[in-house]
Design a protein around this ligand. Structure first.
Ligand SMILES: *Cc1c(COP(=O)(O)O)cnc(C)c1O
Length: 239
């Protein structure tokens, strides 16, 4: 199957699922996770209508997207992998949003990088880097904040950073066939969103990034607004 027909198929599955659970299709975005796939594959997905892309490595994303996406307002690129502090500077210049923020020192580092970058741009407008906070959903996945108290602290940290803007939460379900455990991870994230919304009502918590190739229908049922799909669009990764 080709990339375009894969996208067409997933899109119809999303449509059907939204209809079944009474959600608006326009509230669910399909992200193409193009990591480990070449630029030509990402371009094919773009031609097939996708404008939101996810990558897990800064350098790979920078090289892949610099020619084809640079300066295009209609392409949005999100970081979804663990970000090292020493890559923060390049990450800020490459990505529109860092979804995988999992440490407070990373928030502070990103803010510092933004201050320099935005100062240098000479614009008098305040510019923001969009971030999302990652919630850890299982023992075998090490990244992400551990619980709601850590998320509260992270939100406090981000609110004190003048160039950072929170836009929501992300999680990765545990790697398991146990759909109950997967559903629990997603409903946890939705519950965390409610609590954060209550406590930090001035922030935007509207984005819930959850659901991958194997579990995106459960994610839609639990309220996902961003589905991060790799293999089901591009096929298996060669790593
Ligand atoms: C690779 C990756 C995905 C996509 O996974 P697939 O199973 O290929 O759909 C989604 N989210 C994150 C954080 C990833 O690292």
């Amino acid at each position: 199957m080709g990339i375009a027909s894969n996208i067409e198929f997933i899109d119809s599955e999303i449509n059907e699922c939204c209809l079944r659970v009474g959600r608006k299709r326009s509230d669910v975005r399909l992200m193409a996770v193009s990591k480990f796939h070449p630029q030509s594959a990402a371009e094919e997905a773009f031609k097939a209508g996708l404008t939101l892309f996810g990558e897990s490595r800064v350098k790979e994303a920078s090289e892949k997207f610099e020619n084809f996406a640079n300066g295009r307002a209609d392409i949005e690129l999100h970081m979804i992998g663990t970000l090292q502090r020493n890559k923060a500077k390049l990450a800020v210049s490459v990505f529109d949003c860092i979804q995988s923020v999992d440490r407070n020192d990373l928030i502070i580092e990103l803010n510092k990088v933004c201050e320099h970058l935005y100062d240098a741009s000479g614009s008098s407008e305040v510019q923001f880097l969009k971030i999302m906070l990652e919630l850890n959903a299982g023992e075998e996945n090490k990244s992400g904040y551990k619980d709601i108290d850590e998320l509260f602290f992270a939100a406090d940290t981000a609110l004190a950073c003048s160039n950072i803007k929170i836009s929501g939460l992300m999680t990765m379900a545990p790697f398991t066939d146990d759909t109950k455990a997967i559903r629990a991870a997603f409903s946890n994230l939705a519950e965390a969103q409610k609590q954060l919304q209550r406590r930090f009502s001035d922030c935007d918590w509207s984005s819930l990034s959850m659901g991958m190739s194997g579990d995106y229908k459960i994610a839609i049922e639990e309220g996902s607004t961003i589905l991060r799909i790799g293999e089901a669009i591009f096929g298996e990764r060669n790593i």
